[in-house]
Write a protein that binds this ligand. Structure first.
Ligand SMILES: Nc1ncnc2c1ncn2[C@@H]1O[C@H](COP(=O)(O)OP(=O)(O)OP(=O)(O)O)[C@@H](O)[C@H]1O
Ligand SMILES: [Mg+2]
Length: 279
């Protein structure tokens, strides 16, 4: 399920005064089963990029292939079956009368029979912790966090091998956020799904992903492990991005106590390091 993107370029509103090059000659390979994080300033092309991966947008130039399938109009259906995209505030797109019907919509479109659809729905809710007794409720009776999970379940029910999420935790309280991200992490670890997580939260990115690609002005600004990107010298400040707060803290501590390891990006690691120092 490898994704190969070569020299991708995409411009909105071509040949108008509003013309805007959103992706500029971007090349990137995403191996099967990777948990990738994409960060970058507002307007750097993150959402535009991910919409290319299932054919919602077609490149102006360059090539994209997903598991050997070229992204082009005629391959729409095959791509949609492999790549599931959860857009920002996906709950705004819930529209069926019941939770069940909403989650079942995708698998029905895929042509599955009633029994297969039902299996997919139950599987999908188990992946995101939605209880069975919610299935006959109206989506409008659910809490914000529940709606978000139902929307993600609707994508999972299509059984994608690549799951792309654009700010899946935006607007949720800390507990709701950790739960959703925990479920996504589990899908990666237990089902070997390739995950692409777009987020403005450096803390969330640091905690979950294996690799970070930093976008700026439609280009890859940096690409590396979370430790290298956040604790190394990726000069995120120059493009208006920050590092996780705990990394900033550890760097300050190192100025006072040089033996401190400041290549630290999560609170858990920081606690361990501090215990070591205090011993
Ligand atoms: N439908 C559109 N029509 C015209 N221009 C667009 C459209 N969507 C995005 N753009 C422009 O393309 C550029 C890239 O936008 P994009 O939404 O991909 O950025 P982003 O990195 O996802 O930003 P954010 O962090 O705010 O979500 C921006 O300059 C944006 O204004
Ligand atoms: Mg965006």
């Amino acid at each position: 399920m490898k994704i190969v993107v070569e020299n991708l370029t995409y411009t909105y509103m071509k040949k108008t005064v509003f013309e805007k090059m959103a992706i500029d000659n971007l090349t990137i390979t995403i191996p099967d089963g990777q948990f990738l994080g994409i960060i970058g300033p507002t307007g750097s092309g993150k959402s535009t990029f991910i919409q290319h991966l299932n054919g919602l947008l077609i490149p102006d130039s360059g090539k994209i292939s997903v598991d050997g399938i070229n992204v082009e109009k005629k391959n729409f259906r095959a791509l949609r079956n492999k790549v599931g995209i959860v857009f920002q505030y996906p709950e705004n797109q819930l529209f069926e009368e019941t939770v069940y019907k909403d989650i079942a919509f995708g698998p029905i479109q895929q042509g599955l029979n009633a029994e297969e659809v039902s299996e997919r729905v139950f599987y999908a809710i188990s992946c995101v912790g939605v209880k069975k007794d919610l299935l006959e409720k109206s989506v409008f009776d659910l809490s914000g966090g529940q709606k978000r999970r139902v929307a993600i379940a609707g994508i999972l029910a299509m059984n994608p091998q690549i799951l792309i999420l654009d700010e899946p935790a935006a607007g949720l309280d800390p507990q709701g956020k950790n739960e959703i991200l925990g479920y996504i992490d589990k899908l990666h670890k237990e089902n070997n799904l390739t995950i692409i997580l777009v987020s403005h939260s450096m803390e969330d990115i640091a905690q979950y992903v294996e690799r970070i690609v930093v976008f700026d002005e439609g280009k890859v600004y940096a690409d590396g492990t979370p430790i290298d990107i956040f604790a190394g010298d990726a000069s995120l400040k120059k493009i208006g991005l920050s590092t996780p707060q705990v990394t900033t803290l550890m760097k300050r501590l190192k100025q006072i106590e040089p033996s401190v390891n400041d290549r630290i990006i999560t609170v858990e690691e920081a606690v361990k390091e501090l215990y070591k120092i205090l011993k």
